[in-house]
Design a protein around this ligand. Structure first.
Ligand SMILES: Cc1cc2nc3c(=O)[nH]c(=O)nc-3n(C[C@H](O)[C@H](O)[C@H](O)COP(=O)(O)O)c2cc1C
Length: 217
């Protein structure tokens, strides 16, 4: 079984980011793949305070000194073979909410008990912007830097998008919109396709890593 964890980095309920993440997962519904989404809507997650408690005092199931909704997320991250991290574009990079989550995951890689816990997980990124050419690639890249720091392997969709899932939430990324329809992302068929291809690539890599680990260990 391959465990896939999607993290939706929008603070909005039923966000465009959540929708494209769900669409991406439709492309990988198959036997042997278990999918779960952790949505940052309504979640209370503090910033990492760099106290280094995790490095000195962390123990089994005691991940971090800060007590908040990360306690629900930590075991899901530990058990995941692959993370699909989706963010709205905020000023050309990932949302602050998501940045806090990725910072806090530090304790699963550098913590005393969970040291190296992120190594060789697969990472895949999706970004959703309002305007076309307005920060999608830099947002995906800002997520990829976290994956690289955690020694994860990055899945990309291939030629139609290159770096990850890339969606727009206004009509064709022009900024035009219909105020009665907050889910324009569903009309971005190309963006949804890039997210699905990224998800498929993620599952392939996760399978390869899982098999490879059986050989190494
Ligand atoms: C603080 C902030 C910064 C934003 N910066 C950008 C930006 O740089 N480029 C862009 O195209 N859209 C930007 N947006 C718009 C969002 O990326 C866009 O509305 C996106 O669809 C939100 O996703 P959601 O519906 O999943 O929350 C910004 C929105 C906010 C709140």
């Amino acid at each position: 079984m391959i465990n896939i964890l999607g993290i939706c980095g929008s603070p909005i309920k039923n966000s465009n980011t959540k929708i494209i993440l769900k669409e991406a997962f439709k492309a990988i519904k198959q036997d042997g793949v278990q999918i779960e989404i952790f949505d940052l809507y309504n979640k209370k997650i503090q910033d990492c305070c760099h106290c280094n408690w995790c490095m000195d005092k962390q123990s089994k199931n005691e991940y971090c000194i800060l007590k908040d909704d990360m306690e629900e997320l930590y075991p899901k991250v530990v058990n995941a073979h692959a993370l699909m991290v989706a963010s709205p574009v905020y000023l050309g990079r990932l949302s602050g909410h998501l940045a806090s989550v990725l910072d806090r995951i530090r304790c699963i890689h550098y913590g005393r008990y969970y040291a190296g816990g992120m190594k060789h997980k697969t990472g895949a990124a999706i970004a959703v912007s309002w305007y076309r050419n307005s920060g999608i690639e830099t947002t995906i890249s800002s997520i990829h830097w976290a994956f690289l720091t955690y020694q994860m392997l990055i899945a990309v969709p291939g030629s139609i998008s290159t770096f990850g899932g890339a969606g727009v939430s206004s009509f064709s990324g022009t900024g035009d919109f219909d105020s009665k329809d907050k889910h324009q992302i569903l009309k971005d068929k190309h963006g949804i396709k890039t997210a699905g291809l990224t998800a498929k690539s993620m599952v392939e890599i996760a399978h390869i890593i899982k098999k490879g680990k059986d050989v190494i260990v």
